[in-house]
Design a protein around this ligand. Sequence first.
Ligand code: NAP
Length: 286
Amino acid sequence: MATVISGKELATIRRNSMKEEVIEFGKKYNRLPHLVVILVGDNPASVSYVTGKGKACEEIGIKNTTIKKPETISEKELLDIIDELNNDSTVDGILVQLPLPKHINPDLVINAITPSKDVDGFHPINVASLYLKQPGIVSCTPKGIIEVLDFANIQIEGKHAVVIGRSNIVGMPVSKLLLDRNATVTICHSRTKNLAEITNTADIIIAAVGKAKFVKAEMVREGAVVIDVGVNRDEVTGKLCGDVDFKDVEPKASYITKVPGGIGPMTITCLMENTLECYLKHMEEK
Ligand code: NAP
């Protein structure tokens, strides 16, 4: 039987301590941290993510503004909004909810956000800072994964970590963070041959594939730590599920995260941490 690491529990602990910090800093600087989220269109998943982010802000006491724009907004109009927010000294964090409609280039939009307000950590300057080990904003999901491993006191140094997935938002940055913590990291992807052979050598598996219940027991070594990043819908039940077949894998793992209640709540919590970090930098620079 594996120990289930609760990202939800850790998120509650972190949010409670942030709540107190926000009150203290709000008094000290006479202004609350302020996150602005831009939502384009009405994609139900995006609406739900933005609602979740707003709720987390409210819970912690972070000021939250959501700017809703129709699908038809032009790229120029969106860039103008970002420009305005970049120059607004009362705004600490700017997040543009992805995906964007096809006629808008997401790279242009991300690049337009001032790096010191880029709470998602997607701007090339922040990405480069991660790879060069310089101070910068680390993107939320990879940061949350490391925090979850630390919360469970899982040793990372010297371990073989196998990351399934090489996206810019999860696979690549989490691999770098694991490497920085002295793990030996193998990154797997859709062209990887003999995936199960590789995952069977892993002490830690990070599943960021985007395929429901993709990781099965036969892919996991007895006693491995299994972190499930996936957010999918089970085709049969319609319920939320991860990239790991939890029922199948759990008996073999030593530690495992669940979906929901694992990495998801920590992603939002790390967004709050990043907002607080940006705010403190802005206030200290004044
Ligand atoms: P993505 O951009 O679609 O990347 C998926 C990765 O999986 C790609 O690198 C792909 O390889 C690899 N892959 C696909 N099929 C594979 C296979 N058969 N064998 C090995 N590798 C395979 O997805 P993402 O944005 O990284 O997200 C991954 C999952 O995490 C999704 O379920 C997403 O919803 C979830 N997610 C959750 C959170 C959260 O807060 N919990 C945040 C972000 C993402 P190629 O590069 O070769 O195509």
